[in-house]
Design a protein around this ligand. Structure first.
Ligand code: WTA
Length: 662
């Protein structure tokens, strides 16, 4: 025995073990430290030492995950006592029960305490190069004045205010003013017709409307106040219409109208007047400074977590639009967390979501997510090609935008105009590019990545819906070097558990399969009901796959376990037993240089000048389906189409194709 005694060998072994243990814990400590730097709450999660463990924890301990995040990231008036109380099969969803908070305080006051002069909004007006910046302090002032105004005119907690305005600071202040006094808002996209607006006002039982005299988009003036006048003729419950001035042109006023111009003199509404003014060189800053000396206070209402924050109407594939209901705490928290992590938003970044506030994307990622995070958010009033196809990238350069979030339809359009419109401008501030609303075809994705992002910015194809409140599937967050597959949303967000179902409603457990996309457990951002029609909510989302939230979309799960959305399920085409989504067919068609874009329906090709699109750029496929089925009576309401005459052309073309007149 060359070792003199067992004690020594024990010592060596023990010593060695200790070193191993130390190294293990040092490594663990480092990884924990990394994951805690990434998300501070993770330090309190048992066994979470890296990002993938954090993701797993958020799914299997969703309550602990959201409880910690809610305590850390929201300011509560009263803490919640129950994290969640949900039963998906009955469509009962409650988060943060017992808690009270005010959303406007979370979006404004708490940032005014720490950084009052930080820019909250950059209003990128239709007139290029005339942007207006609004600090957190100014936005709080505007919100309080509006809140007081609404209160004085009898708007109460629980009422619903319809907002029919272009994307502008006053529209954001109107949303936040509703939140401040406990009223729900119902933003209707300012491109909708009088009939579509009236239907939404009536269904929401809204007694108050806020609008502007005229809208300006792509250099064209639209008569928003006149549209409201027509709409309210069939809305007897509307008692008052507040009218702000976006242009200098006067409009006819009726007894029920309240001119914000007049109110201005009673309540010192100078800031609003100036923000709505077209006079770009107005010395509004000095006036604002004067106004700030006044004590502008609007007591925030203490809202329960599950009180309604807003309704937002979305067209179903059939029938009347659904007023999806989102509530206070869960929605705000989910918008904030997804905004921070999907886009890797850091303090000081300028976030550029170009969606209109009339859509859920505008709600969650132009307004609530960025403001809850104390961010700087761009409000884009214009179009991608006004005054020319360089508009987005010139804006990126001028406003130094760090995250750009847009729609595939715009990317496809710009791609056709060529790379020079992009190359003209400095895009070096860009860090992340996002896409939302439809499947992004590979060609558009590659162009976005290679040309717009110079191949250096992650492109996040984000899948979600009005119903989900915020992004549910997206390539990020993940490790900085984690692969991103073109045209794939890929990875579920924290706590999201996607599930694919086969045609018999059985869960598909393997990879490399396609099925109906469901989500297996509730998350705080999900819609709670359809306004006035909980039964429809249950039937649409909860009944098709009991115990799961049914999204209505089809998805493919790759061999690696990544998700790709294949389109609405009702558009899925079955060819020789293979389920093929519209996205896959369109992907092939779009590669052809002569094709600007396409929308597929079964095996049928027809060339058209224009596709029937909603004003948010989505192709209205039900119209195509009805034309093909020659069911012209079933085409239904076309008032939400951007250009209803496109349908006539398609009907005509289809008739010619079939050798018959329609
Ligand atoms: C589609 C928009 C593929 C999908 C936020 C969904 C997408 C509907 C994607 C919701 C995506 C949204 N890839 N399809 N990244 N994002 N969709 O309510 O069919 O206007 O159900 O919300 O858009 O549209 P919504």
């Amino acid at each position: 025995m060359w070792l003199p005694c067992g004690g020594t060998s024990n010592y060596i072994v023990t010593h060695f073990r200790r070193r191993l243990f130390k190294a293990y814990f040092r490594d663990l400590g480092r990884r924990r430290c990394n994951v805690a730097a990434f998300m501070p709450e993770a330090a309190g999660f048992d066994g979470v030492s890296d990002r993938s463990a954090l993701q797993e924890f958020s799914v299997s301990n969703s309550e602990s995950f959201w409880a910690a995040v809610a305590r850390q990231r929201l300011s509560w008036i009263r803490p919640f006592h129950t994290v969640q109380d949900c039963d998906l099969s009955r469509g009962e969803i409650k988060w943060f029960v017992g808690g009270q908070l005010n959303v406007s305080v979370n979006c404004l006051d708490r940032h005014v305490h720490t950084c009052p002069e930080r820019v909250a909004l950059i209003w990128e007006r239709d007139e290029s190069g005339s942007e207006v910046k609004v600090t957190y302090r100014e936005l709080l002032e505007m919100t309080c004045r509006l809140g007081n105004l609404l209160r004085r005119h009898g708007v109460k907690r629980g009422d619903c205010v319809t907002i029919y305005m272009p994307t502008c600071p006053l529209a954001v202040a109107s949303m936040l003013a509703c939140a401040r006094i406990g009223a729900a808002h119902n933003v209707v996209f300012a491109g909708f017709s009088a009939e579509a607006l009236a239907e939404r006002i009536r269904d929401a039982q809204s007694g108050t409307v806020i609008t502007v005299n005229q809208g300006v988009r792509g250099g064209k003036v639209t008569e928003l106040k006149k549209t409201v006048d027509t709409a309210v003729q069939s809305c007897p419950a509307v008692q008052q219409v507040f009218v702000a001035m976006r242009t200098e042109n006067p409009v006819a006023m009726t007894a029920r109208d309240v001119a914000m111009e007049e109110v201005k003199y009673q309540t010192n509404w100078i800031l609003i007047k100036i923000l709505m003014s077209t006079a770009g060189d107005y010395k509004w800053h000095a006036v604002v400074q004067e106004m700030l000396k006044e004590d502008v206070v609007c007591e925030p209402a203490a809202m329960d977590s599950e009180d309604v924050l807003f309704l937002l109407y979305t067209s179903g594939s059939t029938g009347k639009p659904k007023g999806l209901v989102h509530t206070q705490a869960g929605y705000l928290l989910y918008a904030a967390l997804t905004h921070r992590y999907v886009f890797s938003y850091h303090d000081g970044d300028v976030f550029g979501c170009v969606a209109d506030i009339g859509w859920i994307t505008g709600h969650s990622y132009s307004v609530y997510g960025p403001l809850a995070n104390g961010g700087t958010t761009v409000l884009f009033e214009s179009t991608p090609i006004y005054p020319d196809p360089g508009r987005y990238w010139e804006m990126v350069q001028r406003l130094k935008i760090n995250q750009f979030y847009g729609a595939p339809t715009a990317i496809r359009l710009l791609l056709k105009y060529g790379d020079e419109w992009v190359h003209k401008y400095d895009r070096s501030t860009l860090k992340t590019l996002g896409s939302v609303g439809e499947p992004i075809n590979t060609e558009a994705w590659e162009w976005y990545h290679r040309v717009v992002g110079d191949g250096r910015c992650p492109v996040v194809d984000t899948w979600w819906q009005t119903e989900t409140g915020g992004i549910c599937i997206s390539p990020r967050p993940s490790d900085a070097d984690a692969e991103i597959v073109p045209g794939m949303a890929m990875r579920p967000f924290f706590s999201i558990k996607p599930t694919l179902m086969d045609t018999e409603g059985k869960v598909l457990t393997s990879n490399d399969v396609s099925g109906a996309l469901c989500i297996a457990q509730p998350w705080p951002g999900m819609a709670r009901t359809i306004h006035n029609n909980h039964q429809r909510f249950i039937e649409t989302y909860c009944r098709p796959h009991p115990g799961y939230f049914f999204t209505g979309d089809g998805a493919y799960r790759s061999k690696e376990g990544y998700y790709q959305i294949t389109g609405r399920l009702d558009d899925v085409i079955n060819v020789s037993g293979h389920r093929i989504g519209t996205a896959e067919i369109e992907d092939v068609l779009n590669q052809c240089a002569a094709v600007a874009e396409s929308a597929s329906h079964r095996v049928f090709s027809q060339f058209v000048q224009r596709l029937p699109k909603t004003r948010s750029g989505k192709i209205m496929r039900r119209v195509l389906r009805k034309v093909v089925e020659r069911d012209l009576d079933g085409v239904g309401d076309l008032s939400t189409l951007d250009d209803p005459t496109a349908v006539q052309e398609i009907i005509q073309g289809h008739g010619d194709l079939c050798g018959k007149q329609p």
